[in-house]
Ligand binder design. Structure first.
Ligand SMILES: [Zn+2]
Length: 206
């Protein structure tokens, strides 16, 4: 459990130190034998410690430790939907959050497959409709959508990304953020994304 706690703290620090989260936004979770470890409510990922981590069950109920993030229910929902996933990372990272505010996005797939690594690590990126922070009406929708997608983009908010390990979830989150940045840089320029066949050949398994 201690190594698992340490891994969550390393991931949280890494997100914060590289500007992928700010203030007390963003949360990281990891499935363990005892339940789901998740970063606590109202705490910066830059200063959170191993003892600050909350433990919740797979329905999102608080088991031990400080009060979990108000967004912990999203982590539990995605982990229920994806038995093969062990970790979930959620941020309000700037470029992905910017894309989540654009009009006229394809709700089934908010970002084009600009690069092979995005196609490989993220695949399709569904856009979930706006909900106020902590509105658990999002729970069922996130669970349903996560069954067939490894990453979700919350409208006017940010990405939620699952992975078979914490490092896989981090890699996919970062790939998504960088692709969002490319997408914004390329807006208005004639662009050639991967073809559907090229993207499909790389897409992660549901
Ligand atoms: Zn959030």
């Amino acid at each position: 459990m201690n190594e698992e706690r340490a891994a969550v703290i390393r991931a949280a620090r890494s997100l914060f130190d590289r500007g992928l989260t700010h203030g007390s936004t963003g949360n990281v979770s990891l499935r363990t034998d005892d339940g789901i470890l998740v970063t606590p409510t109202g705490s910066s990922l830059g200063t959170v410690t191993e003892d600050d981590l909350s433990l919740i069950d797979d329905r999102g109920a608080h088991l031990a430790g400080p009060r979990p993030s108000k967004e912990a229910f999203l982590h539990a929902a995605v982990l229920r939907a994806r038995p093969s996933a062990r970790a979930v990372v959620h941020t309000h990272s700037t470029h992905a959050a910017a894309v989540s505010c654009l009009r006229d996005l394809d709700h089934a797939d908010a970002l084009p497959p600009l690069t092979a690594y995005f196609a490989m690590r993220v695949g399709r990126l569904p856009l979930l409709p706006y909900h106020a922070p902590g509105d658990d009406a999002l729970e069922g929708l996130a669970e349903e959508t996560a069954r067939t997608h490894t990453a979700l983009l919350l409208r006017n908010h940010g990405p939620v990304v699952a992975g078979a390990s914490l490092s896989a979830a981090m890699d996919a989150l970062e790939e998504l953020e960088e692709t969002a940045k490319l997408f914004l840089l390329l807006r208005g320029l004639p662009t050639r994304p991967l073809t559907p066949a090229e993207a499909e050949a790389l897409r992660p398994a549901d």
